[in-house]
Design a protein around this ligand. Structure first.
Ligand SMILES: C[S@@+](CC[C@H](N)C(=O)[O-])C[C@H]1O[C@@H](n2cnc3c(N)ncnc32)[C@H](O)[C@@H]1O
Ligand code: SF4
Ligand code: SF4
Length: 302
């Protein structure tokens, strides 16, 4: 089976207490989505929206424990009516806020720019992944927002993570983008820099782990989950990574326990120590292409 690249940073930060710090957390403010991308498994979990009180309680627990705060694991964060307030609050608590969005709701969400997220990643590949027509209107909404955000110092990344699938419309999307941000663009290793703070980024479509799949036959496996990332689902469940879309590996609940206690739990320690010994302990991990891509440099986040 073809091996898939999974996007992940190798940075491990040192926290205020001098210990290793997990660099980023995927905090799922909602698991509801307004699209149905063909390449995305979505989730079978009950649909929920995180309340402001819950967001506050969870970010208090994550404060000084993680640096980059993402607002999704599954779901579409721009569906959340308090998104701008959440981004502001996250900044105030010392996180570096990063947003990932399918880009369909940007025209009515400009107040999010003023909340000053560090970065916004817009998944342009969701257009073809939903068989949508009228790319002109979609790109118009994306570019108006993207140019305003970039001008205000927000890094904007226009993703085309569809190499190997649903990529037939890329040229149309790029030509539409060029109507707003004319070429020439500066070529980079993974796309282009279009203007200050504005990028197009290519990558491969990847395969999600799934307990219904066969196990990989890789022997020398490794994964940076719980080393440089952790996920918190909308009900407070803590999972090891941004690929655990159905909450197969729940390590504890952040509403009920501190993060340190959850990371010290027998299940979390077994997963962590397993990967130290290059073994995938969890059934889901034995079916995850990322664990098999051992020792390969992975540059990005999901
Ligand atoms: C699960 S989505 C959640 C955030 C938001 N709903 C969005 O689509 O941007 C996170 C990121 O994963 C990407 N993604 C999901 N499935 C993918 C796949 N099979 N291959 C490549 N990217 C994928 C999405 O397009 C998006 O960029
Ligand atoms: S990739 Fe994002 S937009 Fe597409 S279905 Fe999944 S959660 Fe929704
Ligand atoms: S190997 Fe396991 S913990 Fe790592 S990304 Fe895959 S499912 Fe998540």
């Amino acid at each position: 089976m073809e091996r898939r690249v999974f996007r992940i940073n190798l940075f491990i930060f040192v926290g205020l207490n001098g210990n290793d710090m997990i660099s980023r957390c995927y905090l799922e403010i909602t698991n509801v989505c307004n699209l149905d991308c063909l390449f995305c498994p979505k989730t079978d979990r009950a649909k929920r929206l995180m309340s402001p009180e819950e967001f506050d309680a969870l970010t208090d627990k994550l404060k000084d424990e993680v640096r980059f705060l993402y607002f999704h694991l599954m779901g579409e964060p721009f569906l959340h009516p308090q998104l701008a307030q959440f981004v502001r609050s996250a900044r105030h608590k010392g996180f570096v806020p990063v947003l990932t969005t399918n880009g369909t709701l940007l025209p009515q969400s400009e107040e999010v720019i003023d909340a000053a997220p560090h970065k916004i990643q817009i998944s342009l590949h969701s257009q073809e992944g939903n068989g949508k027509e009228n790319p002109e209107a979609y790109i118009a909404g994306v570019m108006e927002f993207a140019q305003k955000a970039a001008a205000q110092g927000v890094i904007v990344v226009l993703r085309l993570w569809n190499q190997g699938g649903y990529e037939s419309n890329n040229q149309v999307l790029l030509d539409e983008i060029a109507r707003y941000q004319p070429r020439p663009w500066t070529e980079r290793y993974d796309g282009w820099k279009l203007a200050e703070n504005l990028y197009v980024e290519y990558d491969r479509m990847f395969e999600w782990p799934d307990e219904a799949h066969d196990e990989w036959d890789g022997e020398d496996v490794f994964c940076y989950a719980l080393r440089n990332q952790v996920g918190v689902l909308v009900d407070g469940s803590v999972v090891p990574c941004c690929l655990d879309h159905d909450g197969s590996i729940v390590l504890g609940n952040l509403f009920e326990q501190p993060l340190a206690e959850i990371l010290a739990s027998p299940r979390a320690k077994a997963l962590y120590d397993g990967f130290t010994a290059h073994k995938a302990v969890e059934p889901l991990c034995r079916r995850c292409g990322y664990a098999v891509e051992t020792k390969q440099y992975r540059k990005k986040d999901v």
